[in-house]
Unconditional design. Structure first.
Length: 467
């Protein structure tokens, strides 16, 4: 099985380094090209990991506040953003060092510099004044994505921030407008409102988190309404100008035009693929109108020997999807008959409460006229949720009507992101309601809510009274 193909991977994010490591473990000669000085890509350096580090700190503040009513009171928190930055950077450095070590152990050759294709068999790497040309047998494109921008709001990383600069503030702003009520916007609104800033969110569509089921989003919405200054949906940002005291933003809602001044603006309006900066034109690899690369289930592009994985291949733009794809591409490069065919890709929004789903959403089933049955378990009936005072959540499972096979799961509630792992497994394994209901879950934990939901479908639930 092992051969000495030269596999070149462009981009050392969670997709790229997984691809490189798997390819090396399978006996290939591997070169991993990365333009940044550190490995780990957006996820580690300016995405998932730093944002989750900040979210952990902001949740700690909220948790401390919430135990007041139970009889434990602390002094007001003192937040030192400079120290928080040092802490956050330490987390990044630790993980980055781990990736470097793993690459070294596998003899993966790391080449730092900007890669661009010369042909469908060779790449040029430019690092400052040095230029190197390498040939490959197989290449895996894993160059990821970057924040989308708005033409009238140029990111200056001072007053107007993107998803990178918002993670590196040394001072908590008095107020902030988040443009875009998606993953990034709501996670950052959660962080900075808990840190004490007055945060408002403006969303162009009629609801937040358009891809998620409304019943789950409603649970988050209730919490956000008490936490955020303003949530403006169905509202379009028209323009902005710098004025004394901040940025004046002009917006248009159903009720008319309004303009407000904010100290900081976060622009989080989606991401665009990094496919316009690698001279793809020299290869013949096809991209769509938005710049995404079309791949088949083996992650092959239209050009023999060139593969693409992760954000460059389109939605969902999630690190765990990229990692899985990276391993598939590395295996296919080596002649192993693997394919990317997941039954469920979990999605998590790390707000508080978290929202997570796997498999089909209810929205998707309704839109595609797919028949389904649904069981729900309200967390008001969960012993663990009551003991930690987090009963606002709910778990729902969507089943194929006749067989009662699980086809989708949605959770809103604290730790939904951790709980969704079991749901994804149940879909991958083709579980039926009975499998989950008959699996003994530990008490008292939030994991019980999953088997309780299946018991609702099975009509064997004793923790609720159903007529
Ligand atoms: P998103 O697609 O989640 O949300 C962007 C939102 O901005 C949408 O709701 C859109 O309607 C809105 N919007 C667009 N233009 C607007 C305008 N002019 N005015 C007001 N609203 C506007 O994008 P994101 O939050 O930037 O995140 C990008 C990607 O990064 C996501 O698709 C996600 O895959 C990934 N991500 C994932 C996580 C996670 O897994 N927890 C966290 C962060 C980012």
């Amino acid at each position: 099985m092992a051969n000495k193909n030269h596999v070149v991977v462009i981009g050392a994010g969670p997709g790229g380094y997984a691809a490189a490591f798997r390819a090396a473990d399978l006996g290939n000669k591997v070169t991993l090209i990365e333009k940044d000085e550190t490995l780990g890509g957006v996820c580690l350096n300016r995405g998932c990991i730093p944002s989750k580090t900040l979210l952990h700190l902001s949740k700690t503040i909220d948790d401390v506040e919430s135990v007041k009513k139970a009889g434990i009171e602390f002094l007001e928190p003192k937040i030192d953003m400079k120290k928080i930055q040092v802490w956050k950077n330490r987390v990044i450095k630790k993980l980055g060092g781990g990736i470097k070590l793993l690459a070294k152990k596998r003899n993966v050759n790391i080449s730092h510099g900007e890669a661009s294709f010369i042909s469908d068999k060779s790449i040029k790497i430019i690092n400052k004044d040095k230029e190197e040309i390498i040939n490959f047998d197989q290449c895996i494109i894993a160059t990821g994505s970057r924040p989308n921008s708005l033409p009238f709001l140029e990111i200056d990383h001072d007053q107007i921030l993107d998803s990178t600069s918002v993670l590196s503030l040394n001072k908590i702003p008095k107020d902030m407008l988040v443009i875009g009520g998606g993953y990034i916007g709501l996670e950052m609104a959660t962080v900075y409102s808990s840190f004490g800033a007055e945060v408002s969110v403006v969303e162009f569509l009629p609801k937040l988190l358009a891809g998620a089921d409304e019943d789950l989003v409603n649970i988050l919405n209730k919490k956000l309404k008490g936490k955020l200054n303003e949530i403006m949906v169905d509202t379009k940002v028209l323009g902005s100008k710098k004025v004394k005291g901040g940025i004046e933003v002009e917006m248009e809602s159903k009720t008319g035009i309004l303009s407000k001044i904010y100290e900081k603006i976060l622009v989080s309006v989606g991401r665009i693929p990094n496919t316009d900066n690698i001279s793809l034109g020299n290869t013949g690899v096809n991209v769509d109108k938005k710049g995404f690369i079309h791949v088949d289930e083996y992650r092959r592009t239209n050009i023999h020997g060139i593969y693409a994985i992760g954000d460059v291949t389109g939605d969902p733009m999630l690190a765990h999807k990229a990692t899985h794809e990276g391993k598939i591409a590395a295996e296919v490069c080596t002649g192993i008959p693997s394919a990317f065919e997941p039954q469920a890709i979990p999605a998590v929004i790390f707000t508080d409460p978290e929202i997570a789903w796997a498999g089909k959403t209810e929205n998707e089933l309704i839109e595609s006229n797919t028949p389904y049955e649904k069981a729900e378990f309200p967390w008001q009936a969960s012993g663990k949720a009551i003991s930690i005072d987090r009963t606002e959540g709910k778990t729902k499972i969507l089943f194929e009507p006749k067989s009662k096979r699980v086809i989708g799961v949605g959770i809103a509630g604290v730790n939904a992101g951790d709980l969704i792992g079991e749901a994804a497994l149940s879909i991958e394994m083709g579980c039926y309601a009975e499998d989950i209901a008959l699996t003994i879950h530990p008490h008292p934990t939030l994991t019980e809510n999953f088997s309780n939901t299946a018991e609702v479908m099975e009509k064997t639930i004793t923790d609720l009274y159903l007529k």
